[in-house]
Design a protein around this ligand. Structure first.
Ligand SMILES: [Mn+2]
Length: 446
């Protein structure tokens, strides 16, 4: 992504405003414990508008009836900071790299924001932004209100995230390339987990095998905390302990994926620990896979998200009836939401800069959003039967299965961006038996 990308986005955002001041802050470094920090991750909305990855930075966009202006405030470099934390770009470095109208040191922000706010009537912020940049702006608004002779004053505060996240719904080709790259690395990692899996291993050993592939291919991070859930652990939807033994005869559900240059992937595969599905496992697995394939098949521009959800629930409910897990007619079962006991979560979510991209799911009229080309959604049906559920035949108890792929909506319909990751019973068993099969080798990207 180059500078034109970001300046086009800024212009597009400003085009939707009559006039006003937009303030966006970078993420703040987060303490993990005492004086150690989590690895830094830039605020996605901030990054989307300027591509700047350092902390302690602020982006201001201005619009008057006559003109627009973009101003970036960056941390000034110091020899002390460089010694401990490495060099930052600094004002001069940022001016060389980024095409903003103005770039200043963050130290100049408090003085400049007051001068800026006295020329405007509307302020656009992230309501959850509790950084000093917003607090200083609010303080300035108050001071200006108490100052005689100021011609304009801020009369409205708006949420800027809705505007940005509506833009984030439609991915550019460059964004899709980053998502594809994340998926390619994640594909290698899932295949490696299938190859290395043996009964008697610990869940975290599979996680480690995948992390090795993420890191050795240059992925900056996992896109989210990996779920490696053997046996009945798969029935805890957000299981992240990953410390149990993997047992012969059980399945393992792995929901894990990496982030590439701030863009996420999100993939789940479920496979037999010993390499061979038992008959009951295969029965449930093929039902989930069939639902997933049918839902993906239905994806095309114009289809509404809530229709997709209802369609998937209908298919899952029918699958549960076919398996004998639910008994009765589909219509009353759907109405009473009986299927939710075994298929409790949604069919998917937007994905992009965030693994759960916070883009709108409804339009301005409150209608469920219709899919259009350039959107990326996960499709991830699952069936979960707890080990202690005595209302279900014993052979199915303890089985938890989810299959998740990342889908790009195209003009013609859709493209499964993660279709290279094996998921039929035959392909999984072949890969686990031959350790080769359909094999995506480690890519050298460095
Ligand atoms: Mn997901």
């Amino acid at each position: 992504m180059n500078e034109i990308h970001y300046s086009t986005r800024r212009q597009k955002l400003l085009d939707t405003l009559e006039e006003g001041v937009v303030i966006l802050s970078s993420s703040s470094p987060q303490t993990r414990s005492n004086d150690t920090e989590y690895s830094y991750r830039q605020n996605s909305d901030f990054y989307y508008m300027c591509g700047f990855e350092e902390p302690n930075s602020i982006l201001i966009l201005l619009k008057t009836p006559e003109s627009t202006r973009s101003i970036l405030f960056v941390e000034a470099c110091s020899a002390e900071g460089a010694l401990w934390n490495g060099a930052c770009l600094g004002v001069e470095g940022a001016r060389e790299r980024f095409s903003m109208d103005e770039i200043h040191s963050t130290l100049e922000y408090s003085g400049l924001i007051k001068e800026i706010l006295r020329e405007h009537t509307a302020l656009y912020i992230d309501f959850l932004d509790d950084s000093s940049s917003v607090k200083l702006a609010q303080q300035s608004v108050k001071e200006l209100r108490e100052t005689r002779g100021v011609k304009k004053s801020i009369r409205a505060i708006h949420d800027v995230t809705y505007l940005i996240r509506s833009m984030r719904l439609l991915k550019s080709n460059e964004e899709i390339e980053r998502i594809k790259h994340a998926i390619a690395i994640t594909a290698s990692a899932h295949h490696q987990a299938m190859r290395e899996c043996k009964s008697g291993m610990k869940e975290f050993e599979l996680q480690a095998a995948m992390s090795y592939i993420f890191l050795s291919n240059g992925a900056t991070s996992e896109a989210y905390g990996a779920i490696v859930a053997g046996g009945n652990n798969a029935n805890t939807l957000h299981y992240i302990d990953n410390r149990d033994l993997l047992l012969d005869g059980d399945l393992v559900l792995i929901d894990a994926a990496c982030e590439w240059e701030l863009y996420a992937s999100d993939i789940t595969r479920t496979f037999p620990i010993n390499g061979k599905f038992s008959d009951p496992q295969r029965d449930v697995y093929e039902k989930v896979l069939d639902v997933q394939l049918r839902v993906i098949d239905a994806i095309k521009p114009g289809v509404k998200r809530d229709w997709l959800q209802q369609y998937s629930e209908k298919l899952l409910c029918q699958a549960l009836i076919d398996l004998g897990i639910l008994k009765g007619e589909i219509t009353p079962l759907l109405e009473s939401k009986a299927h939710k006991k075994y298929a409790p979560h949604g069919i998917g979510h937007w994905m992009g800069l965030d693994v759960h991209d916070p883009c709108p799911y409804f339009d301005d009229e409150g209608e469920s959003l219709a899919l259009s080309a350039g959107m990326v959604t996960t499709i991830e049906p699952g069936i979960y039967i707890r080990a202690d559920d005595e209302s279900v035949e014993e052979k199915y108890r303890g089985i938890g299965i989810r299959i998740e792929d990342d889908i790009l909506i195209t003009d013609e319909g859709c493209e499964n961006l993660s279709s290279m990751i094996v998921k039929t019973v035959e392909d999984i068993e072949n890969l686990m038996m031959n350790k080769e099969g359909i094999c995506v080798h480690l890519m050298k990207t460095y």
